[in-house]
Design a protein around this ligand. Structure first.
Ligand SMILES: Nc1ncnc2c1ncn2[C@@H]1O[C@H](COP(=O)(O)OP(=O)(O)OP(=O)(O)O)[C@@H](O)[C@H]1O
Length: 750
């Protein structure tokens, strides 16, 4: 009986792959045919571009669905029967019957949420396990206890599929979890996209993976908006972003920008590192005010009685305190950013100097009216406005500044800070930018403002061009027919049909929306881009200044923030969600908690939980581990000079499967690396290699089958907690001195 079920399921899945192949072939030949098309004129070009863009996006989605295309099946009590997969696919018949439903569609929801208690209309839920295109196993859960039919695939343990996924060897890249999303995670993934949602959870509770699936879900449910405005995912560092970078493409989504804070100021690469003290000072909210005052300092006046003397063909001009003061007051009164207020300052200075010169040249010694007429004065003014010397004087008093110039000058001579703080942030000329500098640059860019009238004019011209371009397509009905390979609850399927689109303006917008990757790329290059949704991982690490930057990128405050205050490492990290959010949304934010640890086995978590408990939080409750392995963590004390050798020995003895990390203080890396042939280390380690050497900060957010923590007594509380919670199977500690007080005495030797 069970083989019969398996055979039937295989037949269905094979048919599905045949349909996938056919769709792929169609899309491929449509792309190559249109690329060969050498039509002339706007209409032909548009026809080709629309097709190529749409079919290329379709192809990418189809390609990404090759593995695990179909992984579930729902049998409803009312007779409906749906297969669930990575994407929705319809048959080629005239009704375009849905063959498989996208996991994000509402109708797929019982796959994740239904329980024996709340069956959501289900009779049976089936997990389909595949290897390539072959169906290897079925797991059925009976949700309607009155239903006596049995398939022979009823599992004794409903979590079998989940446990298999969790116990499998790591690859160095995060995988998607569409097949095993848990109910508490599903609720977060599908939460409404408006407003701010905070997701808190301990290590391994799936915060990162849930955030990524939420991005995929939001792009599906609100594609109109989000494909155009793009989704931003902020992670702690580039290595981490590399680790998670496969998940969204595997879910068929590319309209997402992954970036660390240090990458959020276009044109700046933050490769430097701050001391903890410098990062803390730079992250304080008061820095916004400090920079504002520092900029006011750059709006200078000559000393009273010591005016600037400007050489001029018609005699020296005197730019004194009074003239500069009046000009500065007028410029400040505009309340425009510094660079945009500069023309007002310049205008007043030039005006005053012109009056000065006119007074001198046209002066009637006999007390009569000035000899010069308005035309003569205008002529004089032109001469002054064109004078390089006058410009230099204006530049000295009210310089045109770039954010880079201003922040560089500020950090070389920090003002408005206590001496110790100023000493912490002072930087040497030519030093590299650090991630904590990026919010300062962004703040500076706001204070300085940019004259973007030329860019706006260009954008408008481009829009007009797109509209004209789209006009051509309205007659091209075939060319703009695109595939709906997805069912998306039918009523608002994502179909772009030219003949549905009534005016060229709207068509131009639609064309722009279809360019998902384009939106993410455009966003990456535009400091003022307003994202459709922002997801922040390790949100507890961000400083007050970093939040200011992110909130500017999210004027609609559509955000998901995930984090774990117990893992806060950065001194500048903000303590509570309420403190972070109050300035921006007051109390209007939602909170969700994830309470199950899917990564760390119970044995390891029991040890890790001791760290916060012994560090002053005796009531600390870690997330509950979903599995135990029976393997206890161990500690090995070795003689001082024997540490690297002992680590190498432990690595050599460890099981080969999966990935292994040695987590050690940075200054030990050189001596450890020598003893670990083939190890990967440095700023951007290749996490797919079998053995990786990391410092605790780099290990944040990552996971490995086996972890060795070296010299735990040298790690502070949160770094130690993070390091201990990275293993999915085995944990060992290697140390030369006594273990820290934050670990229980009598930890088993291996
Ligand atoms: N429902 C699930 N099915 C399968 N695997 C899951 C599920 N939920 C989480 N996982 C796995 O658990 C591991 C931990 O997830 P993730 O890294 O997202 O946790 P986290 O809360 O961000 O952890 P940390 O705070 O320690 O970085 C990952 O391997 C993830 O794929």
């Amino acid at each position: 009986m069970s083989t019969e079920e398996l055979r039937e399921e295989q037949q269905f899945v094979s048919g599905l792959y045949a349909r996938l192949d056919a769709l792929r072939e169609e899309a491929e030949s449509a792309v190559s045919a249109s690329l060969q098309q050498v039509g002339n004129g706007l209409q032909a070009r548009l026809e080709r571009d629309v097709l190529v863009a749409e079919r290329s996006g379709l192809l990418a989605a189809l390609d990404s669905s090759e593995n695990g295309l179909c992984f579930g099946r729902l049998a409803f009590r009312d007779g409906r029967d749906h297969h669930i997969g990575r994407i929705g696919i319809r048959a080629s018949d005239t009704e375009r019957t849905p063959l498989v439903i996208d996991w994000r569609a509402d109708v797929a929801r019982p796959f994740y949420l239904a329980t024996g208690h709340t069956p959501m209309g289900l009779r049976r839920r089936r997990h389909i396990t595949t290897r390539g295109r072959e169906v290897t196993a079925l797991h059925d859960e009976i949700l309607d206890l009155d239903d006596a039919t049995r398939t022979g695939h009823e599992g004794a343990d409903a979590d079998e599929v989940l446990l298999a996924a969790l116990g499998s060897a790591r690859t160095g890249r995060m995988q998607d979890i569409v097949q095993t999303i848990q109910a508490e995670q599903d609720r977060i993934i599908r939460a409404p996209h408006r407003g701010v949602l905070v997701v808190e959870g301990g290590p391994g509770t799936g915060k990162t993976v849930v955030a990524l699936h939420r991005a995929a879900y939001l792009l599906y449910a609100h594609r109109e908006l989000l494909a155009k405005r793009a989704v931003l995912i902020v992670g702690p560092n580039p290595a981490f972003l590399g680790y998670i970078s496969d998940v969204l493409p595997a879910l068929g989504e590319t309209g997402v920008l992954l970036a660390s804070l240090g990458e959020l100021f276009p044109g700046v690469t933050a490769t430097g590192r701050d001391t903890p003290a410098a990062a803390e000072v730079k992250g304080r909210a008061e820095l916004a005010d400090v920079l504002r005052r520092a900029l006011e300092d750059r709006q200078r006046l000559p000393e009273p009685g010591a005016p600037l003397i400007i050489e001029h063909d018609d005699g020296d001009l005197v730019l004194d305190w009074e003239i500069a003061y009046e000009a500065r007051a007028a410029a400040r009164e505009t309340e425009l950013p510094h660079n945009l207020a500069r023309p007002t300052f310049a205008f007043h200075v030039i005006d005053a100097l012109t009056a000065q010169l006119a007074e001198r040249i046209g002066h009637d010694p006999y007390g009569g009216p000035n000899f010069l007429g308005p035309d003569d004065i205008a002529q004089l003014g032109k001469g002054i406005a064109a004078s390089a010397e006058v410009h230099a004087a204006i530049e000295e008093l009210w310089p045109a500044l770039t954010p880079q110039r201003f922040v560089t000058d500020y950090l070389e001579e920090p003002a408005h800070l206590a001496d110790a703080d100023a000493a912490a942030v002072r930087r040497a000329p030519g030093a590299a930018w650090t991630p904590a500098d990026v919010p300062l640059l962004d703040e500076a860019a706001e204070l300085l403002g940019k004259d973007d009238s030329a860019a706006l004019a260009r954008a408008e011209a481009e829009r007009q061009r797109q509209v004209a371009y789209a006009q051509g397509v309205l007659d091209v009905s075939y060319a703009s027919r695109t595939y709906e390979f997805e069912d998306k609850d039918d009523e608002d399927a994502e179909v772009l049909l030219a003949h549905d689109i009534m005016d060229a303006e709207r068509m131009a917008e639609r064309h722009e929306e279809a360019d998902h990757r384009g939106a993410a790329e455009r966003a990456a290059a535009d400091r003022t881009w307003a994202f459709g949704h922002i997801i922040v991982d390790e949100a507890q690490e961000l400083s007050a200044m970093a939040w200011r930057l992110l909130m500017r990128r999210s004027p609609t405050r559509s955000m998901t923030l995930v984090g774990d205050p117990a893992q806060t490492a950065e001194a500048g990290g903000v303590g509570s969600w309420a403190d972070i959010l109050a300035p921006y949304v007051e109390e209007r934010w939602e909170f969700a908690r994830l309470g199950v640890n899917y990564r760390t086995p119970a044995e390891i978590m029991a040890l890790a939980a001791e760290v916060p408990r012994r560090a002053g939080r005796p009531d600390f409750e870690p997330p509950r581990s979903v599995r135990a392995t029976g393997v206890e963590p161990w500690a090995r004390r070795v003689a001082c000079g024997a540490l690297a050798g002992a680590v190498a020995e432990a690595v050599a003895d460890a099981p080969r499967e999966g990935r292994l990390a040695v987590i050690a203080p940075r200054d030990l890396h050189a001596e450890l690396a020598v003893k670990l042939p083939g190890v990967t280390a440095g700023e951007l380690p290749d996490l797919t290699r079998p053995v990786v050497l990391l410092d605790p900060r780099q290990a944040k957010g990552l996971e490995f089958d086996t972890v060795f923590v070296v010299e735990p007594s040298r790690l502070d509380v949160s770094d130690l907690y993070v390091a201990l919670t990275r293993a999915t199977q085995r944990l060992g500690l290697l140390h030369t001195g006594p273990l820290p007080d934050t670990l229980p005495p009598g930890l088993a030797a291996d």
